[in-house]
Structure formats: structure tokens, C-alpha cells
Write a protein that binds this ligand. Structure first.
Ligand code: ZN
Ligand code: ZN
Length: 354
């Protein structure tokens, strides 16, 4: 008994000492983390291959653990972002990657939740990342207007940054973005095809939003498909045939229906109508699972999670019967998720970097 009291006393002293010096301990840790992060771009430690990350797993509704839609594509040493939802570039940095590494952004469509982090992403890439060329932003027709608008909104800030840091540190030419519109031919457009990386846009079904696309990415024999926003679509199934990972949007009608009912009870008629409207242009988790099964993909990662799931116990009700419909690994995406597909292997592993 006495030794237990002594042990508790010692532990108490250690804990008390650690508590008293918590500021110094935190500073020492911060110094180590800064040294490590500054010396790495996050890509250099990954094996050669295709890696797909979630810099935002959510949608327009506010969620503590899921930002706006944002997908990281790492192919070898290249980093390309698909959609730039709120908080995307911040989550990218928290995942250990650097904004200056962003080669380009591909947009699926121009719903606000897919573009509202674009200004910050371009700014971070330029100022923190030291880029001297504007960020290429690819998308269907309309991307010119979106990019021009962000460039205009940030024009005053460009002047402030250059005036304060100097043109050598923040080259004015690196400011903003440059639109790279593509036209769909037969419902498809090859957006990138160089250095062993091929990214093809394909039309999806998100009416009345047209065009809206998903992307198929192949690199060194590994394949990922990102659905973008769509209702259950044969186009996604076709693009995903045999893919290593399908990153598919998902909305639970049952849970959205609960929000609609609560809105109706509270007399919020417009919100009630919006909750009913959004059901017709998204995909349920069960439909996504069926698509993944028919396409014979190796892994299904759901993103663009609607509605927010503030506790993980809601994942079961959100998924419904999805796990019965797709026998492979299936997960409800979270910010920080990274699916790794090393070249020359069949591995498709998932880790979270936050
Ligand atoms: Zn969306
Ligand atoms: Zn949308």
C-alpha cells in the first residue's frame, strides 16, 4: 500500500513539474515541429505513386471536422488540387504539405462550396509558397469568370504584399490565377497528359448545373476517380471501372430529411424547401456503394459529406446499407485522409495526417 502512495506522489510531482513547465515544453516541441515542417514539402517522404488526400471532406453546411470540398492529387512529385472549398489550403498545410507545391487546380463546377477557398489558396501559393507564376485553374466554360473575379477581389491585397515585402520576395507576376477552360468533347476532355500523368474530365449529372465534371486520374498504373457533385451516374461508374479508389460524394436523404423536418417545425419555410431540393442532384451512400461494387473499385472513400456528422456514431445511420452493398474497404472521409497507391504495387492504404 505504501509503495502505491509513493508512486502516486512521484507521478503527482512529475505531472506537477510538467504542468509548471508546460510553456517551455510546448516551445521546445514547437521548435522541433517547425524545423521538421520547414525542411519538408510533405511529398518528399511519400513513395512514388498516386496519393489522394482530402483537404476538405465536407460540403456547404458548417462542420467542425470537415471543410469545404477539396481533394489533393499527388502523382510522383506533382501536386494538383481538385476543388478549393473553404479552409482547403489551411488543411493542406496541417497535413504537412506546402501551398507553394500546388502545381494547378482543377474545378469540377462552380457551386460556391467548391470555389470559395480559391482566393486564399492562390494567395498562399504566391506569398507563402514563393511562386512567380499565377496558379493555373482548369475548369469547364465559366472558369474564366470565376478566376477573374478572385483576381479582382485580391488586387488591392497584391499591392499591399508587394509594397511591404518587395517584388523580389513576392514577385508580382506570381499573383492570382490564370483560367484554363476546357471544352468537353463527347462528354470528356483530357486536361493533363504529360510526365506519365493523365487526368481526364468527364461530364456528370448535377442539373441544373452544367457542365459539371468528375476527374479520372492515372499515374504509373494506379487509378483514382473523383466524382465531383453528381446524382448517381453511369458516367462515374464507367470512369471508375477497375479503379484503385473511387472518391465519391454522398448525401443521406434520411438525415437531410431530419433537418428539413426541424426547419419546418420552426417555421423556416425556405430552408425546408432547400433541404427538399438538394435531394435530387446528389448521390446516397448506398448508391455510391452500388456504383463502387459494379465498377469493381478496390476502395470507396466518401466525401462531400451531407449533412455534417458531429458525432462519429452518426456514420452508421449515414451509411445505411452501404457496407452490405460494397464488400471492399469503405470509409466516410475526414479532413486529412490520405489514400496511398504506390507504383508497382496493388496496395491501397488509408491514413489520416491530422
Ligand atoms: Zn458541392
Ligand atoms: Zn454542386
Amino acid at each position: 500500500m505504501r509503495w502505491i502512495i509513493a508512486l502516486v506522489a512521484i507521478l503527482g510531482l512529475v505531472a506537477g513539474g510538467a504542468y509548471a513547465f508546460r510553456g517551455d515544453i510546448a516551445l521546445a516541441l514547437m521548435e522541433r515541429v517547425l524545423d521538421r515542417n520547414m525542411a519538408s514539402d510533405g511529398i518528399d517522404v511519400l513513395p512514388d505513386g498516386l496519393h489522394i488526400g482530402l483537404c476538405g471532406a465536407g460540403a456547404p453546411m458548417p462542420a467542425a471536422d470537415r471543410g469545404g470540398p477539396c481533394v489533393i492529387v499527388i502523382a510522383g512529385k506533382r501536386m494538383i488540387i481538385v476543388d478549393s472549398g473553404t479552409g482547403g489550403v489551411r488543411t493542406l498545410a496541417r497535413m504537412g504539405f506546402q501551398a507553394g507545391q500546388i502545381e494547378r487546380v482543377l474545378l469540377t463546377h462552380f457551386h460556391s462550396d467548391h470555389i470559395d477557398g480559391l482566393g486564399e489558396m492562390m494567395l498562399q501559393r504566391w506569398v507563402a509558397g514563393g511562386q512567380s507564376d499565377p496558379m493555373p485553374v482548369h475548369g469547364p466554360a465559366g472558369v474564366e469568370r470565376v478566376v477573374a473575379g478572385f483576381n479582382d477581389a485580391y488586387a488591392l491585397d497584391q499591392g499591399y504584399r508587394v509594397a511591404h515585402h518587395g517584388a523580389e520576395t513576392v514577385p508580382p507576376a506570381g499573383f492570382g490565377g490564370v483560367a484554363q477552360p476546357f471544352a468537353l468533347d463527347g462528354g470528356e476532355a483530357v486536361v493533363i497528359d504529360d510526365g506519365g500523368l493523365k487526368i481526364t474530365a468527364f461530364a456528370v449529372e448535377h442539373a441544373p448545373i452544367e457542365p459539371a465534371v468528375g476527374y479520372r486520374v492515372t499515374y504509373k498504373g494506379r487509378t483514382a476517380v473523383i466524382s465531383g457533385d453528381t446524382k448517381a451516374s453511369a458516367a462515374v461508374e464507367k470512369a471508375a471501372a477497375g479503379a484503385d479508389v473511387l472518391v465519391h460524394e454522398a448525401l443521406s436523404p434520411a438525415l437531410v430529411g431530419m433537418i428539413g423536418s426541424a426547419a419546418k417545425k420552426a417555421g423556416r419555410d425556405k430552408l425546408t424547401k432547400i433541404m427538399a431540393d438538394i435531394l435530387d442532384y446528389h448521390t446516397t451512400p448506398e448508391e455510391a456503394a452500388e456504383i463502387a461494387a459494379r465498377a469493381k473499385v478496390k476502395r470507396l472513400l466518401l466525401y462531400h459529406i451531407v449533412p455534417p456528422l458531429p458525432v462519429s456514431a452518426l456514420e452508421g445511420p449515414f451509411l445505411g446499407r452501404a457496407r452490405e452493398l460494397f464488400s471492399g474497404p469503405l470509409s466516410v472521409g475526414r479532413d486529412g485522409d490520405l489514400v496511398s497507391m504506390p507504383a508497382g504495387s496493388t496496395e491501397v492504404s488509408l491514413a489520416n495526417r491530422l
